[in-house]
Write a protein that binds this ligand. Structure first.
Ligand code: XMP
Length: 325
C-alpha cells in the first residue's frame, strides 16, 4: 500500500542526494528491471546518466530498435548502443554445451560493457536494476536450489573491478512494484508487463551451436508466436499472452522433410513453449487452444522460409525446465 507520486518524489530526492553532481552508468538490457531503473535515475539526474546497451545478437525481433526508441528517442536518455553480434557469434562458434554457452555469453557481456564503461572517464557510479528478490537470492548463495541447476547469468551482474560505487534504487521493491513504478514513469505498459527473458537471450533457445542464421529464423518465428498470443483475447479482454507466464519459440537444429507447392522441403524445426507458473521454480505447460496453435504453425511455416515444422512442448517443470538449455 503505497502512494506512487510520493514514492517517486522520495526516490528521486534520494538519488540526487546520493549522486550529487557525479556521473552514472547503467547497463540497459531491455528487461523490466534495468529499464525501470534507467527511467527513475533519468528522472532524478537527467544527463548525468549514460546507459550502455549491449546487443549480443541474441535479442528478440526489433528489440534493439525498441530499446533505442523508448529511451533515446522518447525519454531523451543518453544511450550508447554497442552492436557486438559478431564478437559474440565468433566466441560461440563451435560451442554446443549449454553451460559453456552461458559462461561465454556472460563473460563477453562483461568485457564489452567494461570496455564501454572505461571510455566514460567521469563516471563514478554503476547503477543496477537489482530488486528485492535478487537481494534475498544472493544472500542465500551457496545453497543448492532448483535455481542453481543452471548457472544463471543476469545482465545486471557486473564486476567490482570497474571501481565504481553502486547505485541500486530498486533494491527494496518487489517485481509488481517495479512494474507499477515503470508505468508511472511513463514506460509503455506492454514493455513493463513483458514475460521474463533470460540474460543469455536466444543463446539458450538455440539448441547446441549458436549461429546468426539460426537466431534470425528463431526471432521471426518467436515474434509470430508472441503476436498471435497477444491477439488471442477472451471476452474479458485478457489475451493468452497475459494468461501465460512465459512463452517463446525454441530453435531445433534438426531438419525434417516437408512439401511446399509441388516441391519438397528439407528444413529446420521450431518448438513452441508456453508455461504458467507463480514462481518459475515449478511450471505447467499452458493448454493453448488448438486453433491458436494451428494459426501460429501455419504462419511460421508460410512466413519463415527455412522452417517447415512446428511442434508444441507439453512438458511440465519438473521434470523439464522452462528453457530448453
Ligand atoms: P528454467 O529454464 O531454469 O528457467 O526453468 C527458470 C526461469 O529463469 C530464466 N532463466 C534465466 N534467466 N539467465 C537469466 O537471466 C539465465 O541464464 C537463465 N536461465 C533461465 C528462465 O527464462 C525462466 O524464466
Amino acid at each position: 500500500d503505497w502512494n506512487m507520486p510520493d514514492y517517486i518524489a522520495e526516490a528521486v530526492e534520494a538519488i540526487r542526494k546520493q549522486v550529487g553532481d557525479e556521473e552514472v552508468i547503467l547497463g540497459l538490457s531491455g528487461g523490466v528491471d534495468s529499464s525501470v531503473a534507467a527511467a527513475l535515475i533519468h528522472r532524478a539526474i537527467g544527463s548525468q546518466l549514460t546507459c550502455v546497451f549491449v546487443d549480443h545478437g541474441l535479442l528478440r525481433l526489433n528489440e534493439g530498435e525498441m530499446v533505442m526508441n523508448m529511451f533515446a528517442k522518447n525519454l531523451g536518455v543518453k544511450v550508447i548502443r554497442v552492436d557486438a553480434t559478431d564478437q559474440f557469434m565468433g566466441k560461440l562458434a563451435g560451442v554446443t554445451d549449454p553451460e559453456a554457452k552461458r559462461k561465454i555469453i556472460g563473460r563477453e557481456f562483461v568485457e564489452v560493457f567494461q570496455a564501454e564503461a572505461g571510455k566514460l572517464k567521469n563516471a563514478k557510479w554503476l547503477a543496477q536494476g537489482t530488486i528485492y528478490p535478487d537481494v534475498i537470492e544472493s544472500a542465500g548463495k551457496g545453497k543448492k536450489t532448483a535455481h542453481t541447476i543452471k548457472s544463471h547469468h543476469n545482465v545486471g551482474g557486473l564486476p567490482e573491478t570497474l571501481n565504481l560505487k553502486l547505485l541500486e534504487p530498486l533494491r527494496e521493491l518487489f517485481k509488481d512494484e517495479v512494474r507499477e513504478l515503470g508505468v508511472a514513469l511513463g514506460l509503455p505498459h506492454d514493455m513493463v508487463y513483458r514475460h521474463p527473458f533470460p540474460g543469455p537471450g536466444l543463446g539458450v533457445r538455440i539448441l547446441g551451436e549458436v549461429k546468426k542464421e539460426y537466431a534470425d529464423l528463431l526471432r521471426r518465428a518467436d515474434a509470430i508466436f508472441i503476436e498471435e498470443l497477444r491477439n488471442a483475447v477472451d471476452e474479458e479482454g485478457r489475451s493468452w499472452y497475459d494468461k501465460t507466464s512465459q512463452a517463446f519459440a525454441v530453435f531445433l537444429p534438426v531438419k525434417s522433410v516437408g512439401v511446399m507447392g509441388d516441391g519438397r522441403t528439407y528444413d529446420y524445426v521450431v518448438a513452441l513453449r508456453a508455461v504458467q507458473t507463480q514462481d518459475f521454480m515449478t511450471a505447467h505447460w499452458a493448454h493453448l487452444p488448438h486453433e491458436l496453435l494451428g494459426r501460429v504453425s501455419n504462419r511460421i511455416i508460410n512466413e519463415v522460409r527455412g522452417l517447415n515444422r512446428v511442434v508444441y512442448d507439453v512438458s511440465g517443470k519438473p521434470p523439464a525446465t522452462i528453457e530448453w538449455e
